[in-house]
Design a protein around this ligand. Sequence first.
Ligand code: SF4
Length: 281
Amino acid sequence: MEVIVAKHAGVCFGVKRAIDMAFRAARKYRDHVYTIGPLIHNPQVVEQLKEVGVTVQGGIDDIAGGTVIFRSHGVPFRLAQRAREKGLRIVDATCPFVKRAQKFARSLSRKGYLVILVGDESHPEVKGLKSYVEGEAIVVGTPKELGHWAGGKKVGVVAQTTQSLENFREIVALCLEKAGEIRAYNTICDATALRQKEALDLAHKVDCMIVIGGHNSANTKRLAEICRRILGDTYHVERVEELKPPWFRRKGRIGVVGGASTPSWVIEEITEGIHRTVSQG
Ligand code: SF4
């Protein structure tokens, strides 16, 4: 049996930058360093940060003083404003790709476009993007959700950075049919696009795909969806204990990809786990 690990599996530039900034903040400011929600969708890293003093809080009003770290997928505009009003020290780890999407969402709305955000409405990045729109915004997850939309005169489309290109393309095509004027920005980040392409290529070549990353990580879930469309034997795992011997029976080649928030040591651990599981099964 052969295990093939995608070249760009694991932590992306934006997540690495956020982790580094958080560890630096912990060293520099020591106590009272907080994130609102986990810094990244990876429980192991969140645990390591906790050990050096970075504490997860539920909301901005739970933080009385000290340092707040904004996560890589950004925060809503009002939250940033509130943090400043409270006099908190801000370490802004918002990924530059997310900032770019926020900037487009704002400028489109200022120019009178109805903004369509392609993404998952409940995801913090999308909540943040929406908060930058000065006017009306519609969040759409799939082309089907646009089915009953009557259309508009001027429509601007922006994607959540972890969207699949195919989904974005289909929604833009639908907007073209229903809008008088359309302006679309492909704000899917390079890291996501690269990981999705590699995952797709790999899924065509193997008998089973293991997608590694937090179960609540949007980009990892998206990777698993993309692979599953090609290969039914696709499994999304977060920890090595989740691997099951029947997945690998009579399989010649196993593909491994990791989400943008999955550290390389987690990928190595699970890849070793695959070898172990195969030899035991
Ligand atoms: S997935 Fe893309 S947008 Fe998100 S943190 Fe990584 S590089 Fe930035």
